[in-house]
Design a protein around this ligand. Structure first.
Ligand code: AMP
Length: 418
């Protein structure tokens, strides 16, 4: 038997209710903050990601689903969205049409990670890319959108962590100081961190290894390397978050995995999803558009993982989506009346009523059971003497009341069931 690929999930009908609930909250919030949806292809030229995300990142160095297609193109299933959105922004000159582009997306992503709870190989993200402004209001707004979505789906156990990585010169000075600090302790570090010393020293701050974390307690802080402008930007973001009543903590070790961040970085975590605690992460990336050969344009964004958010919701019992029901179940008293039943179903469905019927030859009792299973608000009986006289019995499943009405009197029927 052929099974689904490891690290991929089927989203079954009973789960889709929760997905749609979350997506609905996302769409409403994006509309409120005036973000416009963008969709980009599932696959792109591999170079877009290696240049956009950075060769030394985990994503590019070991997690991408890359292959050569039949025309010898090197292509990759998208592992994240920022590079794709920036490519589209440049390709369609969106910056010329409007000074500020506030974009959002909902899309599957692909990374060949080691699967575990909350970590998949095909997963789904929603997120924002707001391209075209330096203003710290936009940093704060992006964090606010993410936070409010998570709050609106009912999550309470949320921690917002923020940091600033400043501008490249400041970051470079900090990297050098950090490297110095770590060189002295190199032999005590985990193998992964030792490797990162030469490839991506900032990433060592992300290490989940306990021993590494202890060693890093005394490490220099990026915040001591920021110049006045960077500090002012960061102070503004913090003040705006406070005014939006978003609780946050500053964590100078929050560098995030990607090379393209400048200034603000942030993460929203939950303690309710085990070791994969990050629900959402993002930050400012003022250099990426230029790096991908577009006009120099500042930008800020975030990505949030749908599967992880739903795990957190489950564990917090955050929401109980409304019980599904149908308006009418058609009960056929006589199997000769299939065509009539079909016609009645079309008539009701044509009037925007949700209708279900029996597709086999069940007994009346069994059909009644089906009606209950579907939480039918009404059942309509097709057949019997009354039906022959052009009348139907409508039963209200909640009160048990039955009404006999002429089939021709559609207005009255609709009045009862609507
Ligand atoms: P990133 O794009 O790595 O910053 O991730 C942003 C968010 O996407 C994370 O906070 C997670 O919620 C989610 N995410 C990232 N990688 C995975 C994965 N392999 N499986 C499930 N969710 C993921």
């Amino acid at each position: 038997m052929i099974k689904a690929i490891k690290g991929t999930n089927d989203i079954l009908p009973e789960e889709i209710v929760e997905w749609n609930y979350l997506i609905n909250v996302v769409q409403k919030k994006m509309q409120l903050f005036n973000y416009k949806e963008i969709r980009t292809p599932i696959f792109e030229h591999t170079a877009l990601f290696s240049r956009g995300i950075g060769e030394s990142t985990d994503i590019v160095s070991k997690e991408m689903y890359s292959f050569t297609d039949r025309s010898e193109n090197n292509v990759t299933l998208k592992p994240e969205m920022t590079a794709s959105v920036v490519r589209a922004f440049i390709e369609h000159s969106l910056g010329k049409q409007s000074g500020l582009n506030k974009l959002f997306y909902i899309s599957p992503m692909f990374r060949q990670e080691r699967p575990q709870a909350g970590r998949l190989r095909q997963f789904h993200q929603f997120g924002i890319e707001a391209i075209g402004s330096h203003n710290p209001m936009l940093d704060a707004e992006v964090i606010q959108v993410a936070f409010e979505i998570l709050r609106n789906v009912g999550l309470e156990d949320l921690t917002v962590t923020i940091n600033s990585l400043g501008i490249p010169e400041e970051r470079a000075k900090f990297s050098a100081a950090l490297k110095n600090f770590i060189e002295d302790r190199k032999s005590k570090l985990s193998e992964d961190s030792q490797r990162r010393l030469d490839t991506n020293v900032l990433r060592i701050l992300d290490s989940k290894d306990r021993n590494d974390q202890n060693l890093l307690k005394e490490a220099p802080s990026i915040l001591d390397f920021l110049g006045n402008e960077s500090l002012e930007h960061f102070e503004n973001v913090k003040a705006l978050l406070k005014s939006a009543e978003i609780p946050f903590t500053v964590e100078p070790k929050l560098v995030r995995g990607l090379d393209y961040y400048t200034h603000t970085t942030f993460e929203i975590t939950s303690t309710k999803v085990g070791s994969q605690s990050a629900l959402c992460g993002g930050g400012r990336y003022n250099l990426l558009v230029e790096q991908l050969e577009g006009p120099s344009t500042p930008a800020v964004g975030f990505a949030a993982g749908i599967e992880r958010i739903l795990l957190a919701c489950k564990s917090e019992q955050a929401f109980t989506p409304a019980k599904e029901e149908i308006d009418i179940y058609l009960i056929r008293l006589d199997n000769q009346l299939e065509k009539k039943t079909f016609e009645m179903a079309s008539l009701f469905r044509g009037n925007n009523l949700k209708v279900e019927l029996d597709y086999s030859t069940r007994s009346v009792k069994a059909q009644m059971r089906e009606a209950n299973k579907y939480n039918a608000r009404f059942v309509v009986f097709i057949g019997g003497e009354e039906f022959g006289n052009g009348q139907i019995q409508i039963k209200n499943m909640q009160t048990g009341d039955q009404t006999l009405l002429s089939i021709k009197d559609l207005e009255k029927i609709l009045q009862i069931v609507k």
